[in-house]
Design a protein around this ligand. Structure first.
Ligand code: SAM
Length: 267
């Protein structure tokens, strides 16, 4: 039976972003990007009908898949038995700290919750070596965007502080069933970068406030946040006459680190 026909017996669920990969060359290409060694632990987000799982099952207990869809999770359980770990859970609630060592992550992500998944990975970045992910092409471009471009925003700044992202290759809609309306890209995030960020919560609040009024200069965007936290622009040696999209990632980090000294109870 041809791969595409096999999926026609199953009605993919839109609510779970189910667009299954039906081109095995792409599956293998994605997995090669993980550079799996003999001792690596690999976690897959949303294994679906097993397009990637079939190449990872040989890792046996070193492979774990987290799938929200009960029917899919039990189907994979029947197919692979207890050789591999299939966990029927929402990945957004999955605790990555349970692994005894750092893991590699792979996933053809449900595009509707790609940002939430990414923020979850940032939260657990200390437990992750790298993540190879298929996402919507425009989303991928935002992750790697540089200042002074329209794609550069909160997602770019956070991604580039918490990881080292790279855009690997593009994937057309024709390799999925059902075909999505958008182009896709595979990206790799390496979590080996050092950051001297002192307070993640201040950094996040600062970046969020800065991009809140994208078309205004940053002095206007930050006015409310600075008033709320009792910070004066005069206490900071910084050019606030630019727009948020013109401020570099390392400048946001430096500004957040200076702000922390001005907020008495900040941690
Ligand atoms: N990996 C498969 C492939 O490449 O064909 C499936 C990819 S499909 C785009 C996304 C998968 O993620 C689906 O199997 C879907 O059920 C699952 N999924 C959606 N939301 C999820 C969540 N919150 N936690 C875990 N899995 C999820």
């Amino acid at each position: 039976m041809k791969t595409r026909e096999k999926y026609e017996f199953y009605k993919p669920k839109k609510i779970f972003g189910q667009n299954f990969l039906v081109d095995d060359n792409i599956s293998q290409k994605i997995i090669r990007q993980l550079d799996i060694t003999d001792s690596d632990l690999v976690l897959e987000i949303g294994p679906g009908q097993g397009a990637l799982t079939k190449h990872l099952a040989e890792l046996e207990e070193r492979y774990t898949a987290v799938e929200i869809d009960n029917a899919i999770a039990s189907g994979l359980g029947i197919k692979y038995g207890s050789r591999i770990n299939i966990i029927n859970q929402d990945f957004l609630k999955f605790d990555l700290s349970q692994f005894g060592k750092k893991i590699k992550i792979v996933g053809n992500l449900p595009y509707n919750i790609a940002s939430e998944i990414l923020f979850r990975l940032f939260e657990f970045r200390g437990k992750i070596i790298c993540a190879v992910l298929m996402v919507q092409k425009e989303f991928a471009q935002r992750l790697v965007a540089k200042p002074d471009s329209k794609e550069y925003g909160i997602l770019s700044v956070q991604t580039q502080v918490f990881s080292r992202p790279s855009l690997l290759f593009s994937v057309p809609p024709t390799v999925f069933f059902p075909k999505p309306k958008v182009e896709s890209s595979v990206i790799k995030l390496c979590f080996d970068n050092e950051t001297d960020l002192k307070s993640i919560s201040i950094f996040k609040a600062l970046v969020r406030a800065s991009f809140g009024k994208r078309r205004k200069i940053i002095k206007n965007s930050l006015k409310e946040y600075f008033e709320k936290t009792n910070i004066s622009f005069d206490d900071l040696d910084f050019d606030f006459t630019r727009r948020a999209e013109n401020v570099k990632v390392e400048e946001y980090v430096a500004l957040a680190n200076r702000i922390i000294n001005l907020i008495p109870d900040a941690q």
